[in-house]
Ligand binder design. Structure first.
Ligand code: NAD
Length: 290
């Protein structure tokens, strides 16, 4: 296939490289990042989109996605599919889908889970909103960039799944960190705590796969001085997306709201910016109850 790839950052570059390695013709554009091996650098988003069967975007947020869609949609050939893999708000995802539909194009919102390691290894999970036909067109590309693609429903359903998943992640990470901080104060060894909880009803991905305590459980950013991994400010971005979606859908999400507030002060006032989101553990462990 002929593919246009826009946004060649931490995630986009390895995803585009994997498509090129699999034999697809990939034209890439980014305003700052270098072009990975195997991908042809072009001078604009519109140039990347021209003549492509599928255009993939991997951009920082919904505002930038909308601006890029304004350039890309008029340049795409009829029947081609615009597939956004960024994490953005549901309203932007639906807006871009409508813009594409009006122009005679297909579109998918297809955010990912699995981080930079998953992008490099081609093991991402895609959660996808859009039509069955467009999902079928892009499916072979999801198979190269990832190990699983779930068709979640119509436009916006992929972003809805992503922000619900990450709201759970933010809440369980804080719960896991505060349990370790409490265990410390109760004199309970962290390794013993892991041994019990990881095989008991308090287990979660945050405890079992991404343990926030250094030297405990499988290797995680905690073992690398909390260098991200998944930065606290990206967790905050996703939690804020969950809360604006909850506001517009009139949904009650008290734990999501509290997690948003806690990551907000961690990132903005308490030194969390640039650290992994699991650094909530040393932050809480260093505090006394006020
Ligand atoms: P990044 O900042 O490394 O990459 C974004 C790229 O977009 C940058 O290279 C930037 O120069 C480029 N860009 C910005 N404006 C542009 C424009 N107008 N035209 C072309 N390029 C432009 O971010 P990332 O870590 O690759 O994340 C990308 C998306 O994936 C985000 O929405 C993020 O939330 C999501 N995501 C990230 C991870 C992760 O672990 N990093 C995991 C899952 C999802």
């Amino acid at each position: 296939m002929k593919i246009g790839f826009i946004g060649l950052g931490n995630m986009g570059a390895p995803m585009a490289a994997n498509l090129a390695k699999a034999g697809h013709e990939v034209a890439g554009f980014d305003t700052a990042a270098p072009t990975p091996e195997g991908v042809t650098a072009v001078a604009s988003a519109a140039e990347a989109a021209a003549g492509a069967d599928v255009v993939i975007t991997m951009l920082p947020n919904g505002q930038i996605l909308r601006a890029v869609a304004d350039q890309v949609v008029p340049a795409m050939k009829q029947g081609a599919v615009l597939c956004d893999c960024s994490t953005v708000d549901v309203d932007s995802a639906r807006g871009v889908a409508e813009q594409a539909r009006t122009a005679g194009l297909g579109s998918l919102d297809a955010p990912v889970s699995g981080g930079i390691g998953g992008a490099q290894g081609g093991t991402l999970t895609f959660m996808v909103g859009g039509s069955e036909a467009d999902f079928g067109t892009v499916g072979p590309l999801f198979d190269i960039m990832g190990q699983k693609a779930v068709h979640c429903g119509e436009a916006g359903a992929g972003q809805a799944a992503k922000i619900c998943n990450n709201m759970i992640l933010g809440v369980t990470m804080i719960a896991t960190c505060e349990a370790f901080a409490l265990a410390d104060k109760l004199g309970l060894d962290r390794q013993k705590m892991f041994d019990v909880v990881s095989t008991s009803s308090g287990y979660s991905w945050s405890m079992n796969a991404y343990c926030p305590a250094p030297g405990v459980g499988p290797k995680s950013p905690a073992d690398n001085d909390y260098k991200p991994g998944f930065a606290a400010e990206l967790m905050l971005k996703d939690l804020r997306l969950s809360q604006s979606a909850a506001d517009s859908a009139d949904a009650e999400t008290p734990m999501g709201a509290l997690a948003t507030r806690l990551y907000g002060s961690f990132v903005e006032d308490e030194g969390g910016r640039g650290r992994d989101f699991s650094a909530m553990l040393p932050h809480l462990a260093g505090k006394n109850r006020t």
